[in-house]
Design a protein around this ligand. Sequence first.
Ligand code: C5P
Length: 309
Amino acid sequence: MTGAVVARAPAKVNVHLGVGPLRDDGFHELHTVYLAVSLFDTVTVRPGEGLSLTVSGEGTGVAGGPGQVPGDRTNLVWRAAELLAERAGVPADAALDVAKRIPVAAGLAGGSADAAAALVALDAFWGTGAAREDLLELAARLGSDVPFSLVGGVALGTGRGEQVSPVLAGGRSHWVLGISGEGLSTPAVYGELDRMRAAGRLPQVTGPAPAEPVIAALRSGSAADLGAALTNDLQSPALNLRPDLRRALRAATDAGALAALVSGSGPTVAALAVDEAGAVRLAAELAGTGVFRTVRAVSGPAPGARRVP
Ligand code: C5P
C-alpha cells in the first residue's frame, strides 16, 4: 500500500468526575461525563518496514524532561499498532508520526487521543476493516480514556471510565484551557485521593457520585447551569499536590469565567465561558495574567477519532 493515511482525535474535559473507592484491580470505579473539545492531535501513517514512530509538537519537550513523549514501544501509539496488527493478523509495518497540539500529562487525555487516532488510521492503512466494537475493545485495553477518544462528543463513562455511552447535549459550550508548565501523574493524583479519604480529609465514599446533575445541565443547554454542576473528585488531591493551582482557578473566575475546574487529574484548568465571544475575551485576559504557560479557547462537543481527508 502506498500513500499516507491521516487521522485526528480530540482532547477531553471531564465535566463530571465522580470517583468511587479503590478496586482490587488498582483502578477506581467512575461515573464521569466526558466532553470532547476542539483541540486535536494528528497521527499520520506511511509505509514502513516494522514499526517506527516520530513525535513532534506541543509539550514534547527536552530529552528527559517531564513533558517528553517517548518515540518507542512505551508510547501508547506503538502499543495500539501492535495490538491492532495482532488482532487483524497483519504484519506491523508502518511509519507513524504524531503531531501533538494537546499538551502532555495535562489531564486532557492527549495520549489517549493519539492511541485512538492511531487505531483509526492504521485500520484504514492496513485495510483491517475492524468493527467498531473491536476498536472499542482494543481501546479499552490501551487505557481507560481511549474508548472515549474514539467516540468523542459527550459521553457517560462508567467502570474505570472505559464503558462509554453517548449523552445528549443541548448545545455547545465554550471553554478556555489554562495549561501549566509541568504535568501531573494520573496515578499520583488517584493515590493522593485515596490517602486524603483514608486520613478523613475527604469523606469516605461507597461509590462514585452520580452524574445526573451535570447531564441535566448539559441537556438544558444553559452555560450557567453547566457551570453550577461541574464536579471533579480529583480536584482536591490535584490541588494538594500542586497548591499553585488554587491561584490558577481563582485567576479564571476573577477573569470572568462562569466556573473553573481542574480537568481530569490536572494540572490543566478548564474555565467555562458564557459564549464564544466570552471565551475569546477570557483567553486574552488569562494570557495576560502570566499564571499559565499557554491558554487555548476551545469548544465542545467535538467529534471523536476520525480520518482527515
Ligand atoms: O487506564 P489508564 O492507563 O489511563 O490509567 C492510568 C492510571 O490511573 C491507573 O494505573 C490507575 O492508577 C489510575 N486510574 C484509576 N482509576 C481509573 C482510571 C485510572 O485509579 N478509573
